[in-house]
Every structure is written in C-alpha cells, then in structure tokens.
Design a binder for this molecule. Structure first.
Ligand code: HEC
Ligand code: HEC
Length: 386
C-alpha cells in the first residue's frame, strides 16, 4: 500500500499529492523510538537525544545492511550509472565536493549535495523544504526527480529497476532477511525503508569536539579561542548553530523552532530576492518572509564538505567566515549582482563583526574539531561489495 502511495506521488510530480495531502506525509512520520531502541541499540554520547524513527520502519541490522548495499548500487538509477554514493561520498562526509551535483543524465542539480551523518536527527530534509520531514519521503526526490533528473526513475521504469534487483539472488536474500514476513519483499517501499535505515544508522559522534566534550582530549589553545569566538556574542555562530549537531536544535521533538534563516547571500533585485529556483523556503510557501531562508546547516564534518552553502557558492571555510564578518555578501558583477548585506529578509543575527587574522585561524581550527575521522573511514558505512 505504501508503494502505491509512493508512486502516486511521482505520477503527479508533487510530494503533497500522496494520499490527498500532507497528512499522509505526516503519517510516515509517526514517531515511536521506544521498542525500536532495544532492537537496534543506539550507542550515543550522553548529550545526544534519541532520534525519531517512524513506527512503520523500525531499525534493524538486516535493514541497515540491505540499505547499505542499495546505497552503493548503480542499478537503482535509470542508466545504471549512478547510485546514492555518486553524490554522497563517504570520504567527504557523504558530500560530493562539487558546487552543485550532477544527475544520471549529466544535468546539473540546483543545489549542493548535503552531508548525511546524523541525518536521523534533522527536523526536515534538504536545504529548504520544511514539508519534507522523513528520510523516506526525502528519498523520492533523488530517485524520481525530473527537473533536473537525479537517478531518473519514473513510474514506468521503476518496475524494470526492481526486476534488476530481483534477479540478483544475493541481494534477494538480503531483502528476505530484512523483511522476513513478506513473500515478495523486493518492492520500492522496502528499497526506501532500508536505505532510510542505513542513513539513520550513519551516526557521527567521535570528532575531536566530541572527545573534548567527553573529557577524552583537551583542545589546543587556538581551538579553545576559536570555541569562544563561536559561542561568543560578536560572531554569534552558536545563536544558529548549536546543540549536538551544531545546527538549529533538532532534539526538540520536531517543535516549531525557526530553523530556516536568510543569511544575506543574495539581493538580486534590491528587494531581497534570491535567484530562482534557489529562493529557499519561499519556493515552497511563496511567502515574502520566506525569501532566501535555508535550513541552518549542521557543521558536523564541515571541514570535509566544501564547497559551502545551498548552492556551493562559497568555496572555503576562510571565505565563509569573511562572509559572516561582512554581515552578508556583496556581488558586484554577474547575473546575481547585489548587496546581500542589505537584504531586508536577512536575519538580525547576521550583523557583521571584526576579527583579526589570528581570530580567523582560531575559528577555523575550532570548526575543524567537528571532523570525525573515524566516521569517514568506518567500514560499516562503506560499499559492501568492494
Ligand atoms: C545527482 C546527485 C545526487 C544523487 C544521485 C543523490 N543525491 Fe542526495 N542530495 C543531493 C543534493 C544536491 C541534495 C540537496 C537537495 C536540495 O536541497 O534540494 C541532496 C540531499 C539529500 C538528503 C538530505 C540531507 C539533509 O541534510 O537534509 C538526503 C537524506 C539524501 N540526499 C539522500 C540520498 C539518497 C538516499 C540517495 C539515493 C537514493 C541520494 N541522496 C542520491 C544530490 C544527490
Ligand atoms: C542567522 C543564523 C546563522 C548564524 C548567526 C550563523 N549561521 Fe552559518 N548557516 C546558517 C544557515 C541558514 C546556513 C545555510 C545557508 C545557505 O546555504 O544558504 C549556514 C551555513 C553555514 C556553513 C556552510 C555549511 C555547509 O555545509 O555548506 C558554515 C561553514 C557556517 N554556516 C558557519 C557559520 C559560522 C562560523 C558562523 C559564525 C561566524 C555562522 N555560521 C553563523 C545560519 C547561521
């Protein structure tokens, strides 16, 4: 039944079309971490909350392993060229190193590939979609997106994709293990559920920053100065990037926290406009106050995820800090010229500050403590067929 709901989404080309409105998106969302926890056994630092797991997709090791295999499987794409891992590369904390990603038909997407570590905790998915609230619903975007194409599935060719998977007996056995009560487990719904389980299992919690919070290491003098700047009143980084994922609080049981912000990257018309189709939450709501609002990015592993921002338009951490210190971005030439500092929808927290060369070095040193080297090298998250 779920598979039918999923494909109807695709047929009409809009997420909200599933089963007559956002209510069924929400139903995928029903949270019940208890019970699930015992079966899976999250092993988390004390300052982590338990993530929300949909009641109809509890965690299991078998699903995690099937999802892991599928995440790396190019048979999921229309032309057998792309897998999720084409754009989400483990060594880069599951980003791709490009300003914007390239899909199965070589078409560029509009946005920068996001890191996937700790995505179990996000309140919403992708850069600017408050309405995409589970990994299961998010996944339909890369699988079925048409404008631009990512993996190129359609309701017509999805059967052929499932047949490709079905014909692999080793993979078939993984499906049976992951969904033991189903006679014909190779379904789109189960592909989605298992990849989502793999992603929920991608926990990154062993950075130097974590080790310092746990008293296992002491930060250097430079890192500590950077930490003070990050949490201080001048730079105000932690006013938006806070909590254990260094994003807007995501452990608030999916409350209404204002985790989308306009940081003053653009002002193409002098009236606060961002370039389409990258206008953030505005693309979904059409409300002026949502212009240029993007999700506060998690800074976990940020040193590995360049280039930065929703459109990859800032190439280094150095330049990101200059951007914040200036209180927005001024583009003097090109199609997107404008003074982002004067964007009327910009957050009041982006007001600029001055910092010395040493301050900048320190702040970058602190941002680098968010890198979890064990996570990007962990064999559990690597391609099982290599
Ligand atoms: C063509 C490159 C490409 C492929 C292939 C791809 N992605 Fe992505 N992914 C992206 C981009 C770009 C974004 C940001 C999308 C946006 O904001 O509009 C993204 C965002 C995401 C997010 C949201 C993360 C967050 O923090 O909200 C998840 C989860 C994700 N992808 C999972 C997957 C999975 C699972 C697959 C395979 C089924 C996949 N992706 C295939 C490029 C890709
Ligand atoms: C008003 C809230 C706010 C404040 C204050 C803020 N940020 Fe951000 N940050 C955001 C948002 C929103 C994004 C995503 C913007 C986009 O992509 O358009 C972001 C993105 C980033 C990124 C890019 C992440 C990525 O994966 O591309 C970095 C790095 C960053 N911020 C660091 C900082 C630092 C360092 C400070 C302090 C100097 C800071 N931020 C202050 C809201 C904020």
């Amino acid at each position: 039944m779920k598979a039918k709901c999923l494909s109807s989404i695709v047929l009409v080309g809009a997420l909200s079309a599933c089963g007559g409105g956002s209510s069924s998106l929400q139903s995928l969302d029903a949270a019940s971490p208890s019970g699930v926890v015992a079966a899976w056994g999250w092993s988390l630092p004390s300052y982590f909350a338990l993530p929300t797991v949909p009641a109809d997709n509890p965690m299991s090791e078998a699903k995690f392993q099937l999802g892991r295999s599928l995440f790396y499987d190019t048979r999921l794409s229309v032309n057998g060229i792309q897998s999720c891992s084409s754009c989400h590369i483990q060594a880069k904390a599951f980003t791709d190193g490009l300003p914007v990603s390239r899909g199965a038909t070589s078409e560029f997407t509009h946005r920068n590939a996001q890191p996937l570590g700790n995505s179990a905790w996000h309140n919403s998915y992708t850069w600017g979609r408050p309405d995409v609230t589970t990994l299961e619903t998010q996944m339909l975007i890369p699988l079925f997106a048409e404008h631009p194409v990512e993996m190129g599935l359609t309701p017509l060719n999805q059967g052929a994709m499932l047949a490709r998977l079905q014909s692999d007996t080793k993979l078939g056995a993984l499906f049976s293990e992951a969904f033991p009560n189903e006679g014909a487990p190779v379904t789109l719904s189960n592909v989605v559920k298992s990849i989502a389980s793999f992603q929920r299992g991608m926990v990154t919690s062993d950075s130097r920053y974590d080790q310092s919070l746990q008293g296992k290491v002491a930060l250097t003098a430079s890192e500590l100065r950077g930490k003070e700047l990050f949490f201080g009143d001048a730079a105000k980084c932690s006013r938006c990037h806070s909590g254990f994922n260094l994003n807007a609080p995501s452990d608030d049981a999916r409350g209404t926290s204002n985790h989308f912000q306009n940081t003053g990257l653009y002002n193409v018309d002098g009236l606060g406009g961002f370039p389409a189709p990258n206008r953030g939450v505005f693309e979904v709501t059409g409300k002026a106050e949502d212009m240029g609002k993007f999700r506060v990015a998690s800074l976990r592993n940020v040193a590995l995820t360049a280039p930065y921002m929703h459109d990859g338009s800032i190439s280094t951490l150095d330049a990101v800090i200059d951007f914040y210190a200036a209180g927005g971005r001024v583009l003097t030439t090109g199609p997107h010229a404008g003074d982002g500092r004067l964007n009327p929808y910009k957050s009041a927290l982006i007001s600029g500050f001055s910092l010395s060369t040493q301050d900048k070095t320190d702040l970058i040193a602190f941002l680098q403590t968010f890198t979890d080297h064990a996570f990007v090298a962990n064999a559990r998250f690597s391609d099982p067929n290599k």
